[in-house]
Ligand binder design. Structure first.
Ligand code: GLU
Length: 488
């Protein structure tokens, strides 16, 4: 790459980071790092009606949590600042004036009533809602008079007529639009704030952005931007429109189908490495490879725009869980404990009995079963407590287990386990002993194991009986079985 790569993530501060936003930020980061370039964070807050207090700080925190370490931004400074658009108003005003002088933009004094009427009539005629260019041909004197009288006005882009606007997109190749389908949209609002379209073009140019990486939803805006670059006489950076994120039913990813914010996944106990890994694969794949697990370093090394797909990327929650499981399994004991503690602290059983030794003993089983950190309570509560003391949960229709059989099973189990030395309370040895006994009784495995498991947990669903015996040890296991027997 001859020019220095400079990418940007340019979110509007809404208070949350959408997973699509994280993907944009991640790709901008990976691409910049891969090419020893720079990544910029720019806050696009020109829509003053949608401002959320604290949103920028929050966003910076989430990006930092996710290890997306941009080089320039509001909190990092840089030579191209300020990096918050509301602090750059004079710059946009200057460039809007330049466009007016070049006849590439014009003042529009249309009142809200006039615009409403125009839209109503367009609706009735079933034509696309577009500004009718009324002020584009306003005589110069009228325009000056109106300005002198401080008539409220906006500035609109004079989109060229009868032209094909084309540009290159790294994902889509050659893209073209008929200029007649584009609206003379507003560049400067009546309150002196620019719209997104003007601000984004001016900033991307002044900040020397080489690659504009953003979601496909911005593709319809790209020809307007391309036209603006041309009006200014500036080079167009390379556009990179990332594929849409889809629900499994291929509709656009929406909140209705589940969580869409990075914060939700962090709170649920998805590990940040897993989030990055999963998000990276939403639209990018290595050539000829089924690899699913990537560290951030590996992604930096391998990421390239030519492997970004055009087709929508399905947000597959099962795959996300699978990747998260993978990372949970890799965590060393101390780190796993540190990460699950905040979730455990919400649990009653832990508040009553915060037994760290017992917790440590559950880790092997926990690692095998934990999908997200917030499932920890559900996953290990049986080791800490017997939930129910009610015999009604013992009968099992399918396995043909009734109360007398359940009682007999507990007695038989106790007999075997009492004889087993303490050091043989391992998964392997307890299994060997109990299965041998099942065979001797000529029962099915479930006839003995189901009642034993229910007796030790008071739960229909829990870790398996051998895991329970191993983690709880001889004394606690026998105690639970004897207590259960007393209920019959
Ligand atoms: N401010 C836009 C957003 O909220 C940025 C679009 C772009 O990257 O050009 O996503």
């Amino acid at each position: 790459m001859d020019k220095q790569v400079r990418t940007r993530f340019a979110p509007s501060p809404t208070g949350f980071l959408h997973v699509g936003g994280l993907r944009t930020a991640l790709y901008a980061y990976l691409f910049a790092r891969h090419h020893n370039g720079k990544m910029i964070l720019r806050i696009e807050d020109t829509d003053q009606e949608r401002l959320v207090e604290g949103a920028t700080t929050h966003l910076q925190e989430v990006l930092s949590t996710m290890n997306i370490d941009y080089d320039e931004g509001p909190d990092k400074g840089g030579e191209y600042g300020p990096y918050i658009q509301s602090e750059r108003l004079e710059i946009y005003q200057k460039y809007a004036k330049e466009l007016i002088e070049k006849d590439e933009a014009y003042y529009c004094f249309c009142t809200k009533d006039r615009l409403d009427e125009m839209r109503e009539s367009q609706k009735k005629r079933k034509v696309a809602p577009m500004y009718d260019k009324h002020c584009r041909t306003l005589p110069k004197e009228d325009c000056e008079k109106a300005l002198a009288a401080s008539t409220p006005h906006v500035i609109r882009q004079a989109i060229p007529t009868d032209k094909t606007i084309s540009f290159k997109d790294a994902v889509r190749g050659h893209v073209e639009f008929d200029s007649n389908t584009l609206d003379d949209h507003v560049l400067m609002k009546a309150d002196g704030f620019p719209t997104y379209h003007l601000a984004v073009v001016v900033d991307d140019h002044l900040m020397e952005i080489s690659h504009i990486i953003r979601g496909e939803e911005w593709l319809p805006s790209a020809p307007k931007h391309a036209a603006l670059y041309e009006s200014f006489g500036w080079d167009i950076p390379e556009f990179v429109h990332l594929p849409l994120l889809l629900n499994p039913d291929r509709t656009k990813l929406s909140k209705r189908q589940g969580d869409v914010n990075v914060e939700d996944y962090l709170a649920k106990g998805y590990l940040k490495d897993a989030i990055i890994n999963f998000i990276a694969l939403l639209g990018w794949h290595e050539e000829k490879s089924d690899q699913e697990i990537y560290s951030l370093q590996e992604l930096i090394q391998k990421f390239s725009l030519d492997r970004v797909q055009k087709a929508g990327a399905v947000f597959d929650l099962q795959k996300f869980e699978w990747i998260n499981c993978h990372y949970i399994k890799q965590l060393p004991d101390e780190e796993l404990i540190e990460k699950i503690l905040p979730h455990l602290e919400k649990e009653d059983f832990w508040q009553k009995n915060p037994d760290k030794t017992l917790l440590k003993n559950t880790l092997t089983d926990l690692r095998a079963r934990l999908k997200t950190l917030s499932d920890v309570g559900e996953a290990i509560k049986s080791y800490f407590q017997v939930t129910s003391h009610d015999t009604s949960i013992y009968p099992h229709e399918k396995m043909k287990i009734d109360l007398p059989l359940a009682k007999k099973a507990i007695e038989e189990g106790l007999k075997v386990l009492e004889e087993l030395p303490e050091e043989d309370f391992t998964e392997e040895k307890t299994k060997e002993a109990l299965i041998a006994h099942v065979q001797k009784l000529e029962w099915k495995n479930g006839h003995l194991l189901w009642p034993l498991r229910v007796a030790m947990t008071g739960e229909k669903y829990s870790p398996g009986v051998f895991e329970l015996l191993t983690v709880l040890g001889k004394e606690e296991s026998l105690k639970r079985l004897k207590q259960a027997l007393e209920l019959f």
